[in-house]
Ligand binder design. Structure first.
Ligand code: DSN
Length: 408
């Protein structure tokens, strides 16, 4: 068949968008050419239900080597004893953990979606809140940070079978040891979902949950900068066996071997010294954003950042919702996402904040002074969100700026 011009033209259009926009979505990144090459390879042709050495199809002796390599590289990267690299996504990884450790109707205790948690952490419209009972702890209303004494108090009331730590829009360091103490006190499993911070954890720029959590899940495409996908790790053999059964045959059929090859490549890339330098710059850039936004008079949720992201209160500063801010910024080629803030007075659909992440712009080579420049463009756009002349001027400035940071 001839090349499908319709789809390939759209892919080219998306590539042009990625080049033109300043990408600030905290969960996105630009993966390497090697990862994309593996994902676009002939490995997509192969069915390999099961695990290396124990498959339900013939002809798996070659792809077995890829999965074995991916598992070993992941174990080395996070110093984990057991790893499963088959989950198609972070949500699938979480679903497998729940299936491995819980029965339908069991209780999950986590941070709510609106305060920075995740859909799969017990949100009522998600399977995790339908099959299991979702209960939530809150952030401290004054500091907007985790309040471990309060979490313990709630855990003692709820008596959950599983406590989840790890978040989608929380910018401060997580004390995994304290979480394990809480879990032990109420006889619960501890699950750390490090989807957002796994690149920082892999490079020791955020403490690792592996010594404390019973089980750890992550995506591979955020700070870790690999292909889209999920992973599960544990140091407990009995849990590893249950997790493997939950992933296959419990949750999924054939693994995506082309994606597992991409994961293996990313796990080796993340062990290189350059990756640690990259993660340090991710942190420096997020800090630079916080300083710049504070200087411009914004309230930064939770007071600061210790990782790759921050949430700013745009409603307080400009009396516009997060959704309107997101749309305005999109119109000047800056991509963000609206975000609720703790104890938000706006509906979740609108939110009072926007979430800003530094991983993608850092991959593109931008540094602290660029964060300062981007912050001032964001402020100017939000201040003038109804002024087309100003927005047009910003579009020109930003197009010129992004053209200086080519994507291959
Ligand atoms: N929704 C993703 C995020 O942007 O954080 C997590 O799955």
């Amino acid at each position: 068949m001839n090349k499908d011009h319709v789809i390939f033209n759209i892919i080219q259009e998306e590539f042009e968008r990625q080049k033109k926009h300043i990408e600030l979505i905290a969960s996105e990144n630009y993966t390497s050419d090697a990862v994309m090459e593996a994902q676009g390879s002939i490995l997509t042709n192969k069915y390999a239900e099961g695990y290396p050495g124990n498959r339900y199809y013939g002809g798996c002796e070659v792809v077995d080597k890829i999965e074995e390599e991916a598992i070993e590289r992941l174990k080395t990267l996070f110093q984990a004893s057991f790893a499963n690299v088959q989950p198609h996504s972070g949500s699938q990884a979480n679903a497998a953990v729940f299936q491995a450790l819980l029965k339908p109707g069991d209780k999950i205790l986590s941070l709510s979606l609106n305060e920075g948690g995740h859909l799969t952490h017990g949100y009522p419209l998600n399977f995790s809140g339908k099959v299991y009972q979702g209960f939530h702890y809150s952030l401290d209303p004054k500091t907007e940070t985790l309040d471990y004494e309060d979490i313990l108090k709630i855990a003692k009331i709820v008596r959950p079978q599983l406590i989840i730590t790890g978040y989608s829009s929380y910018s401060r360091t997580i004390d995994f040891k304290k979480f394990r103490e809480i879990a032990d006190e109420v006889g619960s499993y501890l699950h750390a979902d490090i989807a957002h911070i796994s690149g920082l954890v892999a490079t020791n720029l955020h403490p690792s949950p592996l010594p404390y959590a019973h089980v750890v899940t992550s995506t591979t495409h955020k700070t870790l900068r690999g292909p889209r996908g999920g992973i599960i790790m544990t140091n407990i053999e009995e849990i590893a066996k249950k997790v493997d059964k939950a992933v296959f045959p419990g949750m999924q059929g054939g693994p995506l071997m082309h994606v597992i090859a991409g994961k293996a490549i990313a796990f080796l890339e993340a062990q290189q010294p350059a990756f640690k330098d990259y993660q340090q710059q991710v942190l420096n850039n997020a800090k630079a954003f916080v300083q710049a936004f504070k200087k411009l008079g914004y309230r930064v949720i939770s007071g600061d950042t210790d990782n790759h992201l921050l949430v700013i209160d745009v409603f307080q500063k400009h009396q516009i919702t997060g959704l309107d801010a997101q749309k305005t910024l999109d119109s000047i080629y800056i991509t963000t996402n609206k975000n609720t803030i703790p104890f938000d007075t706006q509906k979740p659909k609108y939110g009072s904040g926007i979430r800003i992440g530094s991983p993608a712009v850092t991959t593109r080579g931008m540094i602290e002074k660029d964060m300062e420049q981007i912050s001032s463009w964001i402020d100017e756009a939000l201040k003038n969100h109804k002024n087309d002349v100003v927005l047009e001027k910003l579009r020109k400035e930003i197009s010129l700026f992004t053209s200086q940071f080519p994507l291959k």
